[in-house]
Design a protein around this ligand. Structure first.
Ligand SMILES: [Zn+2]
Length: 295
């Protein structure tokens, strides 16, 4: 059969863009057949996949956002058609911004052909912009954070695939964006401005939903990894806050459905690393070790 090596397919049913009314066919990942060989889970809760002999390297994340190939309106498939009526004209006006801002980075995008890492990165770039048009019941702040984090991941992949193109610089920018949105999402959640929907797919990757504790973990982890470090005093205060958030995860009890073992283990490890950094910045600082409580 000629399509044995196929990784994706285009859906038979057309999708209609709610902004420009263009009709297009969505590309989706074929499952099974040994296409996806799960590898390790990273500290950022990303699932790595081993390339297979038959299919090569596959990046499942590049197919997870629906993108209109004409106006670049983008959202997760379940949200795509549900953009509020009040926002349609705003999203339409924003079309030139979407086109121009991406043109400087990827001048040749084609969302009607099988996607590459370029379209993958761009899809999350557009999603980060377009969630601005959704109201709070869609959890736009969290989704902009998730899209930024995935853009950073795919840019890191791109940096490996195309060395010397400085994709790592852009990855760093998106990690910082992710940090900003994750913290803001928690702030809005606790302030009852944007409650997390019970059915929200928190990811952060496609293989598993790490839930609310995954958001807390990532907000603290992103602060530790990508937060500002220039001012030592501010850094120490930020680390102490992030450490308390980490301690919340493992300090409360044993692993449960809400707190998967992977998060507990990572949280403890990162908690200790943060303590070491505080010690280094401020030798002799009182670093209370809350991890002993849960032993
Ligand atoms: Zn469109």
């Amino acid at each position: 059969m000629s399509d044995v090596q196929k990784v994706t397919f285009f859906e038979k049913k057309q999708t209609v863009c709610p902004i420009c009314a263009a009709k297009f066919f969505r590309e989706d990942l074929l499952s099974g057949g040994g296409r996806l060989i799960a590898g390790n889970l990273t500290k950022e809760l990303r699932r790595n996949y081993e390339p297979s002999k038959k299919f090569g390297a596959i990046h499942p994340l590049i197919y997870a956002v629906t993108v209109c190939p004409v106006c670049y309106f983008a959202a997760l498939p379940q949200d795509f058609a549900s953009v509020p009526d009040a926002s349609v004209s705003k999203a339409e006006v924003n079309t030139d911004d979407r086109r121009e801002s991406v043109n400087a980075i990827f001048p040749q995008l084609d969302f009607t052909a099988p996607r590459t890492l370029h379209e993958g990165v761009a899809s999350y770039f557009f999603a980060t912009m377009c969630y601005d048009f959704y109201d709070k019941k869609f959890n736009p702040t969290f989704k902009a954070g998730l899209a930024s984090l995935r853009a950073a991941w795919l840019l890191s992949d791109l940096d490996k695939a195309e060395q010397g193109e400085s994709w790592d610089h852009l990855a760093l920018l998106f990690y910082r964006k992710a940090h900003f949105y994750y913290e803001l999402a928690l702030e809005r959640e606790s302030g009852a401005q944007e409650a997390f929907d019970a059915a929200l797919a928190f990811g952060p990757d496609l293989d598993k939903n790490y839930g609310y504790y995954g958001v807390i973990y990532l907000a603290a982890y992103l602060d530790y990894k990508y937060g500002p470090t220039a001012d030592a005093e501010k850094r120490i205060a930020a680390l102490q806050y992030a450490r308390r958030m980490m301690a919340k995860i493992f300090g409360v009890g044993k692993s449960s459905k809400n707190r998967p073992a992977a998060i507990l283990d990572n949280a403890k490890e990162v908690y200790e690393q943060m303590g070491k950094e505080i010690e280094k910045l401020q030798p002799g600082a009182q670093v209370d070790d809350e991890s002993s409580d849960s032993a």
